[in-house]
Design a binder for this molecule. Structure first.
Ligand code: C2G
Length: 131
């Protein structure tokens, strides 16, 4: 049984999010997703997500590729989450390339290519322009 773990905010869910979850699941048997809390997001990006954490958790939990979700409360807790969920592989998009290499003694670290052109930020800009 190979366990995969990945993390993200997954705000304003889009096909780039779907693609990474699908490809992450293909690397193993069980996919666990840490969804960044609203507070963590504010800490990282100085703004709250559009969708609140309980909705983001529900959306991710409903994905057929996802076996379990939990709330990621702190970036510093990654090693604890990896151990807690017995993860064999940590998957992140390649915008994080190199940033998690130091966890390679705990789990294999794999960066998957991001889906080009789409992002939550660009979607918000497009929506704003159309208003
Ligand atoms: N992603 C992608 N392609 C896109 C946009 C996002 O593959 N066009 C991936 C990101 O690389 C990430 C995941 O989707 O692996 C979630 O993206 P975000 O919600 O932007 O996650 P982020 O805010 O970077 O949070 O602890 C780490 C953080 O929680 C990651």
């Amino acid at each position: 049984m190979k366990i995969i773990i990945t993390f993200g905010t997954f705000d304003v869910f889009h096909v780039g999010h779907l693609n990474i979850l699908r490809r992450a699941k293909m690397l193993g048997d069980r996919l666990i997703v840490g969804v960044s809390s609203d507070a963590l997001n504010f800490h990282k990006k100085a703004r709250y997500p559009i969708y609140e954490e309980s909705d983001r958790l529900s959306i991710i939990a409903s994905m057929k590729y996802v076996d379990e979700v939990f709330l990621e409360e702190s970036l510093e807790l990654k090693p604890d989450y990896i151990k807690q969920y017995n993860a064999d592989i940590l998957v992140m998009g390649d915008d994080w390339k190199g940033k998690f290499d130091h966890f390679s003694s705990l789990a294999e670290v794999v960066y998957l290519e991001r889906t080009p052109t789409i992002s939550t930020t660009s979607l918000i800009e497009v929506i704003k322009k159309r208003l």
